[in-house]
Design a protein around this ligand. Structure first.
Ligand SMILES: [Zn+2]
Length: 303
């Protein structure tokens, strides 16, 4: 180490430059290969609209109670391993493992489709597979399960880190990651909460908004969920909470249809269309008042 005075002067100098000199920004639109991200200093790469999906375990700090370190490690392995597997199957453009969960980012073509279907699949994995297995093995386990949050926004990225420990990690700046984390924090186990920006896209898709024929009498499958951890007045705060998992009978077909870019369900007769259009108009008015670009606007989910 240098002497302490020099070290503190160096980091102070770094702060001064970082705050006084605006960093360079390269607009990448909808395309970026993170593995090829250059490491030049103070240059950020901008993605126009990106979805962040965050999944982590409820009560993760209590999971290790009365258990060996190996048992706790295997719980993390089961949860994180499953989440990462789902994210890669839905072709996430970036995945970061975070302890008992993971963050995935989706940009470019069919980003809304891939991100939302991945989120529902993780919710289904949590309720139908992960937690039943954990509870069978450890009947005294703390109440747990995966919580999912999804947000969207433009993002800036650059690599920051110490090359001594391998390639510096990408650091992401922008609302999406933070908002997905706040939405996930608010969720309970097996729940998925999306911000209003993400709901604006989902609301136009009958495969995602209408219950399948197995569910009768027809209940709502989403409910309003104000994301209290987001600032008041932020249009993204009026989120939605998904109440159902993929149906074992209809889920595979619906998921495939969404990923193929379909939004009109042949058996729905346009039932979700009119209310969705009205809701979208309301949403876009609110968004414009907040002077933010309307998410999902072209280039958008309809591509
Ligand atoms: Zn069904």
């Amino acid at each position: 180490m240098k002497d302490l005075t020099t070290l503190l002067a160096d980091v102070d100098d770094h702060v001064r430059v970082a705050l006084d000199v605006p960093p360079a920004e390269i607009d990448r639109g909808d395309y970026l290969d993170v593995t090829q991200l250059p490491t030049e200093p103070r240059t950020w790469h901008k993605l126009s609209d990106t979805l962040a999906v965050l999944a982590d375990m409820k009560n993760s700090t209590k999971l290790g109670k009365n258990k060996s370190t190996v048992a706790t490690a295997s719980i993390y392995d089961a949860a994180t391993g499953g989440v990462v597997h789902v994210f890669s199957d839905f072709e996430a453009d970036y995945i970061a493992v975070q302890g008992d969960g993971a963050l995935a980012l989706f940009w470019g073509s069919r980003r809304y489709e891939r991100a939302v279907c991945a989120g529902i699949t993780i919710k289904t994995f949590s309720a139908d597979s992960l937690v039943p297995r954990l509870e069978k093995k450890w009947p005294d386990i703390a109440m747990t399960g995966l919580k999912v949050g999804i947000g969207n926004s433009p993002l800036l990225v650059r690599r920051i880190g110490n090359p001594r420990w391998g390639a510096p990690e990408p650091v992401w700046a922008g609302h999406a990651v933070n908002y997905a984390a706040k939405a996930a924090q608010q969720a309970s186990r097996h729940q998925m909460i999306v911000t209003a920006g993400v709901w604006n896209w989902i609301s136009g898709n009958e495969y995602l908004t209408l219950p399948c024929p197995c569910l009768a009498p027809i209940p709502p499958i989403w409910m309003d969920a104000t994301i209290f951890r987001l600032p008041e007045g932020d249009p993204d705060r009026s989120g939605k909470l998904l109440l159902r998992e993929w149906c074992p009978v209809h889920g595979p077909g619906y998921c495939a249809a969404v990923l193929a870019g379909q939004s009109a369900r042949p058996d729905a007769g346009g039932r979700a269309r009119a209310p969705a259009i009205l809701a979208r108009k309301r949403f876009e008015r609110r968004w414009r008042r907040a002077v933010r670009p309307v998410p999902g606007a072209p280039p958008g989910p309809a591509e």
